[in-house]
Write a protein that binds this ligand. Structure first.
Ligand code: GLY
Ligand code: MN
Ligand code: MN
Length: 544
């Protein structure tokens, strides 16, 4: 019995070790992250501190959350892929009470046997030190109880977008506004209501001579009687409870510092610096990004071979994503877009719900995410395997615009040059085909730009000035002619986008997604090939 138990434990351990050994090892290295942090710190002004928060976990429904994805800036600087974490970078070396010196602290979520049994292993403090190479690591409690005096810094940098990302600023009334209104109506979160009053009381304290403190304390207590949450403010409580004038003066000073500190919060420094760091890729990044792009291009090739008019948009999406998984890509960089015919006119169509693509053009914009890096590749192909004359006319025009655009991906060239030349070619072409009156006619058939950085984000940050070596930028012109457009009906429902991921080099640009055919003739040739999926048949669930 005992031997059996020992063997069972050994078996479990072996399984554990194997699963650790079997995990991918080609994530960015800790040296990469450290070097990036050092570069970031070098840009910080003296006596400043930068605070980065991990992404929140978002709820999908009931007790199911969306798959967690780390905030890309946080990942870029740490390599940490768990939630509930904070990174603090100091411009200057700090010394703690034990005389330890440090210039950065990573706060991680604590190890928790029970949670780890359900959700997977956590790095914890020790793991973060060993695997990520941080010298000073604490847990979340360490952040909350931190003795770092943030008030003492001239600048506190936070990463622009605070993590209230259920904000939707493109809607006049988003869910946050609705929640806020609900809170105001019900007093659910009085803190939100009280913040203006807190600052009013801070101002009273700041401006009241210490001799008049008793009078002010009486007033504050009256406020507190009506607004119990005011009692929770530590600065106000210290002022009220001060035993003598000296302590009261200190409390006053702390309030002044707290007010100054809040005005020293800067939300633009981090996004600006991170854009400059992230827009040019290192060799280590290029390796992963190239792999993500190649995987995505190969997905397009497999779909070209497998495409049949009876297939659904969902099924085609599944073929792309199966190829990604086959290569070990952990996710898609953005929701896959597969739109047949008129659906292709919806630029970010992610429903992918049409049950038969028929003989339409199918626009497929998908990107694998490999070790955090995401591709962004679009091909538009005729489900029948052959372009109709109208489809081909539009397709070849987009191709011509794309080719001209790619030729501008040269060091020192303006990043606006590709879209400018693409627009010129498309306007002239549409006029020639009689879809618009003249090349200068206003129209909505090409409603987007052509060139964005890719990297840890599908729309990676950048300064969008001039092309530099080792930038990877998309080139994606398109023409979309929705049903009911003011042109001959024969063009209706045609939507074409061709999108490739271009690496800027010392010499000619390199099309990283170029192995997926782009020319209309080459697409037709590829589509004529057999696919292993031709014989992949599943039981018909509707058959009785
Ligand atoms: N897939 C999103 C884009 O092309 O920008
Ligand atoms: Mn794109
Ligand atoms: Mn795209």
């Amino acid at each position: 019995m005992k031997i059996k138990a020992v063997l069972f434990v050994l078996f479990l351990c072996t399984g554990f070790i194997y699963s650790q050994i079997g995990n991918p090892t080609d994530w960015l290295t800790k040296e990469f992250h450290k070097e990036r942090r050092d570069k970031f710190r070098a840009k910080m002004p003296k006596n400043s501190v930068a605070v980065f928060f991990a992404n929140p976990v978002r709820n999908r429904a009931n007790d199911v959350d969306y798959v967690f994805h780390q905030d890309p800036n946080f990942y870029y600087l740490t390599g940490y892929r768990e939630p509930n974490a904070v990174l603090v970078i100091f411009a200057d070396e700090q010394t703690d009470e034990n005389k330890n010196t440090y210039h950065e602290i990573l706060y991680v979520q604590e190890k928790n046997k029970r949670r780890e049994q359900w959700d997977g292993a956590r790095l914890g403090i020790q793991g973060a030190k060993e695997k990520l190479g941080f010298k000073m690591v604490k847990n979340g409690e360490g952040f909350i109880n931190s003795d770092v005096n943030y008030k003492n810094f001239d600048n506190i940098f936070i990463d622009g977008k605070f993590k209230d990302d259920y904000r939707n600023t493109s809607e006049r009334i988003d869910v946050l506004a609705l929640v806020k209104s609900f809170k105001q109506k019900t007093g659910y979160n009085p803190q939100v209501l009280l913040s203006p009053i807190v600052s009013t009381i801070y101002n009273y304290i700041r401006e009241t001579p210490v001799e008049d403190r008793d009078k002010l304390v009486t007033v504050i207590k009256q406020y507190q009687a009506r607004m119990p949450d005011l009692q929770g403010d530590p600065f106000i409580q210290n002022y009220i409870k001060a035993g003598n004038d000296e302590i009261a003066k200190d409390a006053q000073k702390n309030i002044v510092l707290a007010m100054q500190a809040s005005s020293n919060i800067d939300i633009s420094f981090i996004p600006e610096q991170m854009a400059t760091l992230r827009e040019v890729k290192t060799q280590e990044e290029l390796k992963l990004l190239t792999k993500a792009v190649r995987i995505s291009a190969i997905g397009q090739i497999e779909v070209m071979k497998a495409m049949k008019p009876h297939m659904s948009e969902t099924e085609l999406q599944g073929i792309h994503e199966f190829v990604y998984k086959k290569y070990g890509a952990e996710y898609e960089g953005y929701p896959s877009i597969v739109g047949a015919g008129n659906n292709g006119c919806i630029l970010h169509y992610i429903e992918n719900s049409k049950t038969k693509v028929g003989n339409d053009l199918v626009l497929m914009d998908l990107g694998a995410e490999y070790r955090g890096y995401t591709a962004d590749v679009t091909r538009t192909i005729p489900a029948s395997g052959k372009f109709t004359p109208e489809q081909k006319a539009i397709y070849d025009l987009v191709y011509e615009a794309q080719e001209a655009g790619i030729s501008k991906y040269i060091i020192g060239e303006s990043m606006q040059a590709p879209v400018q030349i693409a627009r010129k070619i498309i306007n002239e072409g549409l006029a020639k085909l009689g879809i618009i009156e003249s090349p200068t006619s206003k129209h909505g058939y090409f409603p987007h730009g052509t060139s964005h950085h890719i990297g840890l984000d599908v729309h990676d940050p950048g300064n969008y000035g001039k092309f530099e070596k080792n930038m990877v930028v998309t080139m994606e012109p398109g023409i979309y002619i929705p049903e009911g457009s003011p042109c001959d009906k024969k063009w209706w429902g045609i939507a074409v986008r061709i999108e490739d991921d271009i690496l800027v080099t010392d010499g000619k640009p390199i099309n990283l997604s170029g192995e997926a055919p782009r020319k209309s003739e080459e697409i037709e040739k590829m589509m004529a090939k057999k696919s292993v999926l031709d014989s992949f048949l599943l039981p018909d669930l509707d058959k009785k």
